[in-house]
Design a binder for this molecule. Sequence first.
Ligand code: PTJ
Length: 267
Amino acid sequence: MNNNDNQNRTLPETHPRYQSLKYRHKIIEGMKKLVVAEAGLIAHGRGECFDYILGENTNDPAKKAIKAAVAMLLLAKKPVISVNGNTAALVPKELVRLSNAINAPIEINLFYQKKGRIEAIKKVLVDAGAKDILGIDKDKMVTLDNLESNRRFVDVAGIYQGDCIFVPLEDGDRSEALKKIGKKVIAVDLNPISRTAIWADITIVDNIVRALPEMIKITEELKKTEKDQLYEIMDGFNNQKNIQDVLDLIKDYIDEQKEDAFKTLQT
Ligand code: PTJ
């Protein structure tokens, strides 16, 4: 029995938590192939927890943030999509689709450097259809001085020159560092009060597995939009207010669950 058969047996599609378990398995498989860092499993679990108390759907503030983010990416001169292990394991095809739709290169940028990881992530992205991947050629890497983690190593043709950096799902020090050197930062983070979320210009508080397909859809719509309208969408967005709205939704959801969570016991 191969690994997939084994997984299908232990993961019946009728399971009430099928979707969530499916993505868990992607992360576990990614870790076995070096795509995902060991700490990526813990990061995923933290994300799941926030997703749970957000009702596991793309809420209105997330939709607003996605629209503003797409407008910002379309207006940028040199947008770049930064990819880490978790995103490569969860949504490789969607990353490539978004990259093509907004004409932004993909750059692999890792917090946990380990021999073989970049090659493993590159393979996943190439298999998903990526053509040009940045962040893999040591001769083309430069260092961001204001950052101490491994994320400081960036591609001269990518994040180093980029004006708008999309940083889905990551640890906290980089969005602050990128902001301080004048970049626009767009984050996807299920934790609305993480450092990444707070420092980003636009924070999409949603699961990356739902946010990326929505971003691709909105890109197709907004591509036909005039520039001044894109500016209107981008400038009309207030990240602080949007994060506060998300926090209100979490409060409301938890209040509803005080009653609703026990209804299944009566059926
Ligand atoms: O692949 P590497 O080496 O670059 O490492 C990537 C991880 C994610 C391990 C690294 O950046 C890390 O340790 O991140 P943190 O500090 O755990 O932060 C990850 C954030 O992403 C947390 O705020 C989580 O809530 C959030 N998160 C986790 N899964 C998802 C998510 N946000 C959106 N969608 C998810 N599926």
